[in-house]
Design a protein around this ligand. Structure first.
Ligand code: FMN
Length: 368
């Protein structure tokens, strides 16, 4: 059933997100679309795709690798570690800005989710523990491999990769970056009390497991300023076979350490009915963006009441934006939404990428 925002809906009001003015509080969640070129340069269609969705309060890009080793969980995912990558991203940011939008790039290291058949390199992780999952390699589905545990001397290099990628992102015109600390990728692998078996300064206690994410946030803040930095976390969501037995102390250690930096936002992917949601919310003094991670991500009625109560500052929406480039317009007038086509989420080419019709296009087709 279609949902229509009231004229005075909180989610339709503007918000300062660090240094960035967001025209509304419905953000586009990061969405991997597997259409990048083979060298990690974004697709030729990506500028059009993102520009179509520029009416989101903030567009958060698909996860974008900070180095070659950081890439390779899926085929054709983009990077931000070469001049060519940066040039194409600059076209994308211009296209979004030309439409009046704002855009942050999600910075990503896949860690043990990488597959050598995709990346050409052995994946790295906090510990030599494989995820019990398969990857879609060019030769079909294959089990993920046992990653190489990072030596402690290599960790500053990982932090430096995030810093350099953030610099490139901003130089390409991004309004900011979102550090991907969620969904089972490298930083989440470090925070987990199940996957991280280290006995050095990056394992063991909550403070130690939170250390790498905190160091990445600190380095990126130092490079581009706190008002241009967001962080995504997904406490206890188990995605990517990264389980957490006792997530709260770890996220408490992380958020206590980074809260004084005054970053632009914290983006939390969590089921809001879980008690962890309330605990994490209470730990964060700044802009708090919720992604429910449920099919009810499009339950805008509930999301609007969260915003009205002040439980969240903004929300992010994934699949509804994927299928509805003019999502905000549709929510304002109470129009039906296009259904996302799962079969083309990660398929190459324009179909299911830049061809979802806007309301105006649907009406033009009807009257033609
Ligand atoms: C096709 C697809 C790709 C995704 N890619 C990413 C990604 O690159 N980074 C990320 O943090 N989350 C990613 N997610 C998770 C979404 O950001 C979001 O949390 C999820 O879709 C739930 O929100 P929704 O119900 O509004 O779609 C992806 C989800 C989908 C469906």
């Amino acid at each position: 059933m279609a949902f229509r925002f009231d004229d005075d809906a909180t989610l339709l009001t503007p918000l300062m997100v660090g240094d960035t003015f967001a025209g509304n509080r419905v953000f586009m969640a990061p969405l991997t679309r597997s259409r990048a070129q083979d060298d990690g340069t974004p697709s030729y269609l990506a500028a059009q795709y993102y520009a179509q969705r520029a009416s989101a309060g903030l567009v958060i890009t698909e996860a974008t690798a900070v180095s070659r080793t950081a890439n390779g969980a899926y085929v054709n995912t983009p990077g931000i570690y070469t001049d060519r990558h940066q040039q194409k991203w600059a076209e994308i940011t211009s296209a979004v800005h030309d439409e009046g939008g704002r855009i942050f790039m999600q910075l990503w290291h896949v860690g043990r989710m990488g597959h050598p058949d995709i990346s050409g390199v052995q994946p790295v992780a906090p510990s030599a523990v494989a995820a019990d999952m398969t990857a879609h390699t060019p030769a079909g589905r294959k089990p993920l491999v046992v990653p190489r545990a990072l030596a402690i001397e290599e960790i500053p290099g990982i932090v430096a990769d995030f810093r350099a990628a953030a610099r490139r992102a901003v130089d390409a015109g991004m309004d900011g970056v979102e550090i991907h600390g969620a969904n089972g990728y490298l930083l989440h692998q470090f925070t987990s009390d199940v996957v991280n078996h280290r006995t050095d300064a990056y394992g063991g206690s909550p403070e130690n497991r939170a250390r790498l994410t905190a160091e990445v946030v600190e380095a990126v803040v130092d490079e581009i300023g706190p008002g241009r930095v967001g962080l995504r976390i997904s406490p206890g969501n188990g995605v990517g076979d990264v389980r957490e037995i006792d997530p709260i102390p770890t996220y408490e250690a992380l958020l206590d350490r980074i809260a004084p930096l005054g970053i632009a936002y914290l983006h939390v992917s969590i089921d809001p009915t879980r008690t962890t949601f309330g605990v994490i919310r209470a730990l964060w003094p700044g802009v708090f963006v919720l992604n429910t991670g449920r099919d009810t991500g499009t339950d805008f009625c509930q999301l609007e009441s969260f915003a009205q109560w002040g439980a969240v500052s903004a929300v992010s929406v994934g699949r509804a934006f994927l299928a509805n480039p003019d999502l905000i317009d549709r929510l304002v007038v109470g129009a039906e939404l296009n259904e996302p086509d799962v079969a083309t989420f990660y398929a190459p080419g324009p179909v299911g990428y830049i061809d979802y019709p806007t309301l105006a296009e649907l009406e033009a087709r009807k009257s033609a």
